[in-house]
Design a binder for this molecule. Structure first.
Ligand code: C5P
Length: 220
């Protein structure tokens, strides 16, 4: 669905996993591939938006047609990039799977193995989306929730806690939903509490549904 509805609008999309170093060769990450966020960035660009894509490390190429691509590693890197690009954005779609914790101390040399176990102390990363919710103003703010249990209840709580316009909740227990597949099965929950359940669809189709909703909100 190509068009010009978003001409002149700046859309910021985050995608992929963040990674948190343990030492120079090891890190903690998650199973996000970036597919969903890249599909959203592509869908927004097709409608004429200026798209900035801030992405953790992925194995896929940035979509054509986007205006700016920023590659990041850690959650703190992502936070910095998002904050630097926040002011000029009309809508922010946070589909990145952000690491909630990082090793408290990053070893400057590779940790040598020994006979015993190894304990790595983790500390909290900032919740970027929650921080954006606090300064959102009239910008459109969209979050994702990937859950293995109490999907709708958790998503509802996140909308309030993070001050979002809507949240895309995917149930990781369903086959064809979530990480590393080309399809997703989601419910979209509005600020008003309205829940729309979608059947299994491709991430490209879902990206268009999300961009339709963002377009409507931007026109209000
Ligand atoms: O709380 P949870 O991680 O499930 O929330 C998911 C949403 O919050 C996603 O949109 C994700 O990009 C964002 N998030 C964030 N910073 C974090 C954790 C999650 O921006 N530290």
């Amino acid at each position: 669905m190509a068009g010009e509805e978003l001409r002149g609008k700046n859309i910021l999309v985050t995608a992929g996993p963040t990674i948190e170093s343990i030492d120079p060769v090891r890190y903690i990450t998650n199973r996000s591939t970036g597919k969903m966020g890249y599909a959203i960035a592509a869908a927004a660009a097709k409608r004429g938006a200026n798209v900035t894509l801030i992405s953790g490390k992925t194995h896929i190429d940035p979509p054509s047609g986007i205006s700016k691509f920023i590659s990041v590693e850690s959650t703190l890197d992502m936070q910095k990039a998002v904050m630097e690009n926040f002011d000029e954005s009309d809508a922010i779609i946070k589909s990145a799977a952000v690491a909630d914790y990082r090793p408290k101390d990053v070893a400057s040399e590779k940790i040598k193995k020994s006979e015993g176990g190894l304990t790595i102390e983790l500390e909290r990363n900032p919740d970027i989306l929650k921080e954006l919710g606090e300064i959102k103003g009239s910008k459109v703010l969209v979050g994702f929730a990937a859950e293995t249990n109490d999907l709708i209840q958790n998503a509802n709580e996140k909308i309030k806690k993070k001050n979002l316009d809507f949240i895309v909740a995917n149930d990781l227990t369903k086959e064809g939903a979530g990480f590393a597949v080309d399809t997703n099965i989601v419910s979209i929950i509005d600020r008003s509490g309205e829940i729309t359940k979608f059947p299994k669809m491709s991430k490209d189709e879902l990206a268009n549904v999300i961009i339709d909703k963002v377009t409507l909100l931007l026109q209000k």
